[in-house]
Design a protein around this ligand. Structure first.
Ligand SMILES: C[S@@+](CC[C@H](N)C(=O)[O-])C[C@H]1O[C@@H](n2cnc3c(N)ncnc32)[C@H](O)[C@@H]1O
Length: 245
C-alpha cells in the first residue's frame, strides 16, 4: 500500500486492521521492551496513529516515531500531544540515512509490509543501520502461514456444512479470497501487503547482518479475529521477532 492508501484508512484504523494492539491480544512487545537495559533512544518505524508512543515515552528517554503517511503522523501528534519526549516525523523506512548508528532500539509493528521485495530489502537494511552496535530490533510481521490455517479451518467448516468436497473448496476460495501470491508472500486485501514465512524472516534478518534472532508468535484469539464459532483450534498469529546488531 502507498502513502495515500494509508492516509485513507487512518480515520478508522483499529476497525479496519487486525492489530496486535487490539484488546484481548497478548502482545509480548511490552515486557520485551521493558526488559531491555539500554533505554536511551528508541525509534518506532511506521508508527501509524502512535498507539505505542505513550508506552515508549514512559520507558525511554528519547522517542522518535516515523511514518510516511502525513495523515497518520498528523493524528499521531494529535493523539499524543502531552508527550514531551516523542518526536513524530514524516519519513520513509526505506531511507533513514540521517539516523544511521543512532538508536539503542528500533521497533517495527507490521510496518515492513511494502509489496515490493526490493523495498522490503531496503527497509530491513535501514532497520539494521539505524541501530548502534548491539542495538535491539523488535518487530512484528504478518505471518503468511496464518493464511493457510485460516483456509484450512474454513474448508473443514464448509465440508461439515455442505458434506461435499467440491462445494467446500469453492466456498473456501470465496470466503478466504483469491488474492494470494504464496510464492512471494504478497496478499491483496484492498492494497497489496507483504506477509512472511518464518524461514524467510530469519533469512532476511541474517542477510542484513542481524544476530541473536528469535522468532515467536503474537496470537490472535478467534473471538477477536471474527469467527467466534471456532473454538479449541490453533489461533492465527503474527511473527514476533527480536534481534541484535
Ligand atoms: C499496519 S500499520 C501499523 C501502524 C503501527 N505500527 C501500529 O501497529 O499501530 C502500517 C504503518 O506503516 C506505515 N508504513 C508503511 N510503509 C512505510 C514506509 N515505507 N515508510 C514509513 N512508514 C510506512 C503505514 O503508513 C502505516 O501507518
Amino acid at each position: 500500500m502507498k502513502e495515500k492508501e494509508w492516509d485513507k484508512i487512518s480515520d478508522n484504523y483499529l476497525e479496519e486492521i487486525l492489530s496486535p494492539f487490539n484488546k484481548g491480544v497478548e502482545n509480548p512487545i511490552y515486557h520485551v521492551l521493558k526488559s531491555i537495559k539500554s533505554k536511551k533512544k528508541v525509534i518506532d518505524l511506521g508508527c501509524g496513529l502512535g498507539i505505542l508512543a505513550p508506552f515508549l515515552s514512559k520507558n525511554f528517554k528519547e522517542v522518535t516515531a516515523i511514518d510516511f503517511s502525513e495523515k497518520m503522523i498528523e493524528t499521531a501528534k494529535e493523539n499524543n500531544k502531552t508527550l514531551k519526549n516523542v518526536n513524530f516525523q514524516i519519513k520513509d523506512i526505506k531511507d533513514l540515512k540521517e539516523f544511521h548508528n543512532q538508536f539503542n532500539v528500533a521497533v517495527s509493528v507490521n510496518s515492513i509490509i511494502m509489496p515490493s521485495l526490493i523495498d522490503v530489502e531496503k527497509a530491513f537494511q535501514e532497520s539494521y543501520k539505524i541501530l548502534k552496535t548491539k542495538g535491539y530490533f523488535i518487530g512484528i510481521f504478518p505471518a503468511i502461514e496464518s493464511e493457510f490455517l485460516d483456509a484450512l479451518l474454513t474448508f473443514e467448516k464448509q465440508l461439515k456444512e455442505t458434506k461435499d468436497e467440491k462445494s467446500a473448496i469453492k466456498n473456501t476460495h470465496k470466503i478466504v479470497g483469491e488474492n494470494y501470491d504464496f510464492l512471494l508472500g504478497i496478499i491483496n486485501y484492498e492494497g497489496k501487503q507483504k506477509h512472511y514465512y518464518n524461514f524467510e524472516l530469519e533469512y532476511r534478518l541474517k542477510k542484513v547482518g542481524f544476530k541473536k534472532i528469535k522468532i515467536s508468535k503474537v496470537l490472535y484469539p478467534w473471538k477477536i479475529y471474527g469467527d467466534s464459532t471456532i473454538k479449541n483450534k490453533p489461533e492465527i498469529w503474527d511473527w514476533f521477532v527480536t534481534a541484535r546488531k
